[in-house]
Design a binder for this molecule. Structure first.
Ligand code: PA5
Length: 455
């Protein structure tokens, strides 16, 4: 079966939603040359290793190290895997977990989880939640993975301090190396100092590196995503094979043959020419709901920039919004159809769900339910998806579709990789630095100062 994911922009074109809201053939054709020019720059930057996310799927040595370490830790039989990290250090593994482990995974028995630990991603500093985690994930039964590229993020470092103290008290300092993994930037002359390096030295624990040329929100295919994924039994080889397959498709310079460039161009035109300054990511599968969350960070932090590459004030960026079909049809779609026409919709669909569920011949006396009897929930989901697509079209709301033949590691690898390349191209079209986040850094510094530290 062909596992290639498909992108369809038909419903974002003027032929579908009119010239005011849809892209005309001429507008698309005009983008061919800027996209080719941007492609050249991106290829050069890739070759020069300015940005490393493109080639992570080729790093066999890291994959081997991740798998070996995960196999060793799995032998210890931990009940819980606890991620301490925030932003790009947390959203990727959350997306992979929701997409690629069974629903209600943490509620399953150890046997049903095939011996893999439960997952808790601690991406906030709410003391109530954190204490709650500490109660159900005690050191003796847990592996804690601290992830911070900078190694200085106050939220993550404070979590690390709390758990280091708890571990020293409960299991003793010498045992910590069996319960702690650190993922941070490498040591080196040109590398910024990570406060997690002394943690590794102190406890002699397992550590992995996040390459310096890979930013937090582009790090899902480094050990940041791969190590916890391997601990959960996710098919990491399949994920990386999906990246490789998408990499091949994204190597093409032509707008119409490169799915990531096509999507970047439509989103860019929608924002700059059609007043769609919001981009809604709405998968019709529960498994993909955290991919929408991951996409929101990628799109927002990469493109929301005050200055362009020439240093001029531009205030660029499209506000990303996450939604879930069919659930949010009953909360947001009213606004989407009848509110301001200022959004582009990205509807993500599955060609086929892994399971089917028939609606039985129950409640037989209620004749009004005959239309559901004997049909499947799958068919109902597909009718709901089509319903939203057609209703949005009727209201002249532009949509792009992304279709995954099935939900598996290969298609999720393709999807995330495509969205990363799309973001890189969009950054070029907006003429901004896709890979920095000065707005986030400023907030981090202010918070540190307010806590009595130095900026
Ligand atoms: O994408 C990014 O760079 C950010 O969202 C970071 O991931 C986030 O701020 C956490 O930073 P760090 O990994 O350095 O703790």
């Amino acid at each position: 079966m062909n596992m290639d994911i498909r992108v369809d922009i038909t419903r974002a074109k003027s032929a579908a939603v009119g010239k005011e809201h849809g892209i005309t053939p001429a507008e698309l054709a005009e983008m061919e040359s800027p996209v080719r020019a941007a492609h050249k720059i991106l290829r050069k930057e890739r070759k020069e290793k300015t940005y490393g996310f493109y080639d992570l799927h080729k790093d066999k040595a890291t994959l081997k190290a991740v798998k070996t370490a995960a196999a060793g830790f799995l032998e210890k039989g931990f009940d819980n895997l606890v991620i301490l990290g925030i932003g790009g250090s947390a959203l990727g593994i959350t997306a992979l977990h929701t997409a690629l482990t069974p629903p209600f995974y943490n509620e399953m028995t150890r046997r049903q989880r095939k011996g893999h630990p439960r997952l808790f991603v601690m991406d906030n500093i709410d003391p109530v939640t954190f204490r709650g985690m500490m109660r159900i994930c005690p050191p003796r039964k847990s592996l804690y993975v601290v992830i911070s590229k900078s190694g200085g993020t106050a939220e993550t470092i404070s979590q690390c301090m709390i758990m280091a103290d708890a571990m020293e008290k409960k299991i003793g300092k010498a045992a910590i190396k069996d319960h702690l993994v650190v993922i941070t930037s490498p040591k080196g002359k040109n590398a910024p100092k990570s406060l997690l390096h002394p943690v590794v030295a102190e406890y002699q624990c397992q550590s992995f590196e996040i390459p310096l040329n890979v930013g937090g929100r582009f790090s899902v295919f480094t050990p940041v995503g791969l190590f916890p994924a391997a601990m959960l039994g996710i098919d990491v080889d399949g994920l990386l094979a999906g990246c490789a397959a998408m990499d091949k498709r994204c190597a093409k310079a032509g707008l119409m043959e490169n799915p990531a460039y096509l999507r970047a161009t439509v989103q860019f035109l929608m924002d700059t020419k059609k007043g769609k300054n919001m981009s809604v990511m709405m998968p019709y599968a529960d498994g993909l709901k955290d991919v929408a969350d991951w996409y929101c960070q990628l799109w927002a932090e990469s493109l929301g920039k005050r200055f362009n590459l020439e240093g001029e004030e531009v205030f660029s960026g499209q506000t990303p919004i996450k939604a879930l079909g069919a659930t949010d049809q009953h909360s947001q779609v009213q606004l989407y159809r009848e509110g301001p026409n200022d959004k582009i919709f990205n509807i993500v669909e599955l060609g086929r769900f892994d399971k089917s569920l028939r609606i039985p011949n129950a409640l037989g006396k209620i004749r009004e339910l005959d239309y559901l009897r004997g049909k499947s929930m799958n068919r109902l989901m597909s009718a709901e998806t089509r319903g939203t697509l057609d209703a949005l079209k009727e209201s002249k709301r532009p949509c792009m579709r992304i279709i995954l033949p099935r939900l598996n590691a290969h298609t999720v690898g393709q999807l995330l990789y495509m969205l990363e390349v799309e973001t890189a191209m969009a950054g070029r079209l907006y003429n901004v630095n896709t890979f920095d986040q000065p707005g986030v850094e400023a907030g981090k510094q202010i918070a540190r100062k307010r806590m009595g530290g130095t900026a």
